[in-house]
Ligand binder design. Structure first.
Ligand SMILES: [Zn+2]
Length: 377
């Protein structure tokens, strides 16, 4: 959400100091250096508290904060709830967890359209009301992933109408479009003067949802080379790159070897954050090379198909170009009509336990304070 100052600090003359008031998680000494492409990155609020060692001209890439959630589907009971209570209603209990971030992001797991018809032979097909976009904007969503196994449930017309409805609402989107080029193109937004590229890839079939040269569809791919190329290309255009994968095994808290391979390769090729979904349950958070991979953010606005599918989280990350400064999550419970609320009491403790166990399995440390779980190396 566009809350922070929209200041573009292109080039400033700054004192390069030996110590600044921040640093990437697990980076040891919190030391700014000129090793980042010849530029020093600095939090605009950082104070020069140590003696100056040099004076130089540096590019300042501002810190950004990101709030991330998993699957949002406005079909079936959620669609009925939006019809009876309005588009804000699904988000009314969690809006305060989402709007404060510079960038709020999630997965849109349905068409938002009245067009099209169900793809024959598919077990679950999702289409929700177009005015659900009003709820998404009200809740602060800046970017949604469209590369998933439901984007084309009602065919190309509904997919393209969804894209058009998101455009009209001013919500950025990546991972689907009128052809392969559109589906693979990053969404670009600017926050605090930093440019952010967002890419979305799907690894869950049907594979014929894939966009083609002149066919609407998603960025469906199992090709790591192509994913690496897309991320490297986005990296050249942006200060930050956020990548969403729709992947993994439904109902499993465990991470597959392919998730690890693609997630880490995304970071190795320029992603700052990998924020992923599809299993419908929480999987671990991994801090890797000072960057972050959320293997599954679970459901968010969704009628869960299992008990575990009610448990979820809002992930909050503060990131500089050198890495993650802070990462934490608040436990959320999805109630009737797929509506999320901040979890309380024993439910909160139970969900925090699930997040903690899954995350420690990713060799990332956790600690809980005042109902929030923090991640560190
Ligand atoms: Zn899915």
């Amino acid at each position: 959400m566009r809350f922070a100052n929209q200041i573009r600090v292109a080039l400033v003359t700054a004192l390069v100091v030996a110590s600044m008031g921040w640093g990437p998680v697990g980076a040891g000494a919190k030391t700014a250096s000129a090793a980042f492409g010849g530029a020093v990155t600095a939090d605009a609020t950082a104070k020069a508290t140590a003696p100056a060692t040099a004076e130089t001209t540096v590019a300042v890439v501002p810190t950004i904060t990101v709030a991330a959630v998993g699957d949002m589907c406005f079909a079936s009971s959620v669609g009925s709830y939006v019809a009876s209570h309005g588009p804000h209603a699904p988000f009314s209990a969690v809006r305060s967890l989402l709007t404060g971030a510079d960038v709020t992001v999630g997965n849109l797991e349905c068409a938002l359209s009245r067009r099209g018809s169900r793809v024959p032979g598919k077990a679950f097909t999702f289409e929700g009301p177009p005015r659900a976009t009003q709820g998404l904007t009200w809740a602060g969503f800046d970017l949604v992933a469209l590369a998933n196994n439901h984007a084309r449930d009602y065919g190309a017309a509904a997919l393209l109408d969804t894209v058009s409805n998101l455009d009209s609402a001013g919500i950025g989107h990546a991972g689907a479009g009128k052809n392969r080029s559109a589906a693979w193109r990053p969404a670009m937004i600017e926050r605090n003067g930093a440019t952010i590229a967002y890419l979305s890839f799907c690894q869950i079939g049907p594979s014929d949802f894939a966009a083609g040269r002149s066919r609407a569809g998603t960025a469906y791919t199992l090709n790591l080379t192509q994913v690496k190329q897309a991320i490297r290309s986005a990296r050249k255009q942006a200060d930050y790159v956020i990548v969403a994968f729709h992947w993994g095994i439904e109902g499993s808290h465990g991470v597959t070897a392919r998730q690890v391979r693609f997630g880490r390769a995304a970071i190795d090729n320029g992603a700052d954050l990998v924020l992923s979904h599809h299993p419908h349950v929480i999987e671990g958070v991994e801090l890797y090379k000072h960057k972050l991979i959320a293997y599954s953010l679970g459901n968010f606005v969704f009628s869960p198909g299992s008990a575990a599918g009610h448990d979820t989280m809002v992930l909050s990350v503060t990131v500089t170009p050198k890495g993650v400064v802070t990462a934490s999550a608040r436990p959320v419970y999805i109630g009737a009509n797929g509506r999320p609320s901040p979890a309380k009491g024993s439910t909160a403790r139970r969900i925090l336990g699930i997040i903690g166990k899954a995350t420690r399995g990713r060799k990332t440390k956790t600690h809980v304070s005042k109902g929030t779980i923090y991640f560190s190396r």
